[in-house]
Design a protein around this ligand. Sequence first.
Ligand code: GLP
Length: 242
Amino acid sequence: MDIFIEDDYSGMSRKACKLVADYIGKNPRALVSFPGGTTPEGFVNEFVTMVNNDAVDISQTRYVSLDEWVGLSAVDEGSCGHFNMTNLINRLKKPFAEVHLIDGAAKDIQEERRSLDRYIAGRGPLGVSVLGIGLNGHLGFNEEGVPPDSDALVLPLSATTKKVMGKYFGNKFSPDFGITQGLGQIMQAGMIVLLANGSHKAGILRRAFKGPVTPDVPASILQTHPKVMVGADRDAAAGFRD
Ligand code: GLP
């Protein structure tokens, strides 16, 4: 595991973007996945700028989303799909070869989960997986206790996730479940870049990467991945200090 600590959020986002762009440069046909949430905004901005300035060629690269709130789709402001469309997909002057976004509002959510599995099995494994981290250590919606080797899952949201979800869509929606790539799919990625910024993420970074590998902290499984880069700004990196 490599840790990169940058002075601030912009530095962390730029560095993450360079890592991903280098990976795509070497693996142009890779399947890549970025998270929703607030953490990746800067990274995604950098990425769009690089693509639009021809600094990275994604014409053969495929994109799959990480997770979605069950009941919400890309038309719902605050959803992961909406983040993907407005911050990334719609701003690219040169598109990905393919895009697969999870539809959390699908009538048959289990079929949507199977469709995600089929997509990843057919185009994968993942090349790069960029991840955020929840305050409870979740990756995507892999909450506490999930098996470390599973394919896509539809899971109940934890109390912690329910507490913070208002920051994305206020009281407009109140989902009880999430649909997410499974830890097994994430762990098969060629390279994983996990990003965390802000002092509120220091404690969970510490538990995930300085504590034991345990299903109680889903992100801790990343300690066993051969190529994981954990990026933090100074505030979040306080969690790595003794
Ligand atoms: C959310 C999402 C994750 C995200 C994480 C951190 O609930 N399910 O994909 O990475 O929690 O979110 P944020 O970046 O907003 O802190």
